[in-house]
Design a binder for this molecule. Structure first.
Ligand code: NAD
Length: 488
């Protein structure tokens, strides 16, 4: 895998490699071993300026191509990526620790998103208006211009593919800044896509490169998928430039409410999958559990069993079901929340201590006797922790689930149609899932609520976000004196 062996990775701007311009570099660490696997430049304002300049220069030519041609070029990129699924999956696993099969599923999902946007992009259209008989009135979507695409590390290829494809198929050009924790899969993705020079540019670096990018005067729209804290900074950066749009898909503190009458073993399987998949590092991971007292004991016992049965190890090992967290910084965040809750009276039934060995491992952890005032029940954890609060009624569970500033998603397990429908209406989140912690039909695009963000980051509606609509009114000029209306 040459991508991991090439020393300091360059940015890719206007189709060419651009080496580091400053002295500072950032190491990319394999979280399963703690080893440095590559180094990237800490891009700064000059690099952002070069990348945005290249995207701006390519913008008129790209916007002027037929949408169907842009779709065909993206389909060709998707074909190239299909031939490299294993390579991309392995790079991703080396960067963020995800088990290889999950990593490959993420890459496949990303390629699927490119194919879908390549197909539906050319069908994205405006509207004809009913104006005067002698006039033509239409609403036409146009590209916004240069898009800044700022991506996190937890499913980096999948998220990048969706943003890139939607931005490009609608006629925008882009500067893509992958997370500094997963830049190698991002770099390889751009290389493999082989788009015309300047259409898709790669800027490497951390938040400083991201900030220089979103604050660049020539950026028209910023798409950020990431944490609430960064989203807030990007909203401020974009808000200070009139006309610049920010699309923010941020973190969550998703609740799982378990009603009476539910099979406790099945509820435990659902809760474990929701809380421990990708080591809890999914934006819609289950982060708080409210279980009805009538099944609490059996549920908690089964959940502890689920947690203890998970094989934790290096994601490259085929037997691994849960890999490490992305890095030691993330382990610290998770462990701080767990230990503070324990010190305040919560009980840790299993897990709760980082592994004392190389790598950023944290075990699947189940806690009870937690309270709403604890960070573990209030702040996004983004780790493999299932904190369980026992409630006296479904109403109490629903009420506690809603007592949060976040608004990404929530799940409810219930045999009651009445309670299911109440949950769908009352939960103030972008996505409600009944009787499954995952799932959803293709094309689902939700608007996150509260501090979890704003706008559609997925689905066909993302094409609306990436275009701006112009109203056009055309009517014939009056005849010139003694002449015809329009001789041509
Ligand atoms: P992050 O916000 O720290 O970083 C995301 C990206 O923003 C990185 O590329 C980073 O370098 C960049 N960045 C950091 N500071 C910046 C600044 N001031 N200006 C511009 N760019 C900046 O998030 P993360 O830790 O990489 O990812 C985890 C977070 O992402 C979690 O909160 C998770 O819930 C969220 N997430 C949300 C979704 C969703 O669809 N809602 C999907 C995946 C992950």
């Amino acid at each position: 895998m040459t991508v991991l062996e090439r020393g300091v990775r360059p940015h890719l701007i206007a189709g060419s490699a651009r080496g580091a311009t400053g002295p500072e570099t950032i190491d990319v660490i394999d979280p399963a071993t703690g080893e440095t696997i590559a180094t990237i430049p800490a891009g700064g304002p000059d690099d952002a300026d070069a990348a945005v300049g290249a995207a701006r220069a390519a913008a008129p030519g790209w916007a002027g191509r037929d949408p169907a041609e842009r779709g065909e070029l993206l389909k060709a990129s998707a074909r190239a990526l299909r031939g490299a699924v294993n390579e991309l999956a392995e790079i991703q696993t080396r960067e963020n620790g995800k088990p290889l099969a999950d990593s490959a599923a993420g890459v496949e999902a990303g390629i699927g998103a490119i194919e879908q946007y390549a197909e539906i992009g050319p069908l994205h259209r405006g509207a004809a208006l009913a104006g005067s008989w002698n006039a033509l009135d239409t609403m036409v979507p146009e590209p916004r211009g240069v898009a800044a695409l700022i991506v996190p590390w937890n499913d980096p290829v999948a998220i990048a593919c969706g943003q890139i494809a939607a931005a490009l198929v609608t006629g925008n050009t882009a500067v893509f800044k992958p997370s500094e924790r997963t830049p190698l899969s991002g770099a390889r993705l751009v290389e493999l896509m082989e788009l015309p020079p300047g259409v898709l540019n790669l800027l490497l670096g951390d938040g400083r490169a991201g900030q220089a990018l979103v604050e660049h005067p020539d950026v028209d729209i910023a798409l950020h998928t990431g944490s609430v804290e960064t989203g807030r900074q990007i909203a401020v950066s974009c808000g200070s430039v009139l006309g610049r749009k920010a699309l923010l898909e941020l973190g969550g503190k998703d609740a799982l409410v378990i009603d009476e009458g539910v099979d406790p073993a099945w509820a435990a399987e659902q809760a474990a999958s929701g809380a421990f998949a990708n080591a809890g590092q999914v934006c819609t991971s289950v982060e708080r559990i409210y279980v009805h007292h009538s099944l609490a004991e059996a549920f908690i016992e089964a959940l502890v069993g689920e947690a203890q049965s998970i094989a934790v190890g290096n994601g490259l090992d085929p037997g691994t079901q849960m890999g490490p967290l992305v890095d030691d910084r993330q382990v610290e965040v998770v462990h701080r929340q767990v230990s503070e809750a324990a010190a305040a009276g919560a009980r840790v039934l299993t897990g709760g201590e980082p592994r004392d060995a190389p790598g950023s491992f944290y075990p699947p952890t189940v806690m009870t006797e937690v309270e709403g005032s604890m960070a573990i029940m209030r702040e996004e954890t983004f780790g493999p922790v299932a904190p369980v609060q026992v409630v006296s009624s479904f109403d109490e569970g629903l009420e506690l689930a809603s007592a949060t500033d976040y608004g990404l998603a929530a799940s409810v397990l219930t045999p009651s149609q009445v309670n299911a429908q109440r949950a769908c209406r009352e939960l103030q989140v972008g996505t409600v899932k009944i009787n499954s912690v995952w799932g959803g039909a293709p094309g689902g695009g939700a608007e996150p609520r509260g501090v979890s963000g704003s706008g559609f980051g997925y689905g066909p509606e993302l094409l609306d976000e990436l275009t701006q609509t112009k109203v056009i009114h055309i009517e014939p000029a009056p005849p010139a004196e003694g002449g015809a209306t329009d001789a041509r």
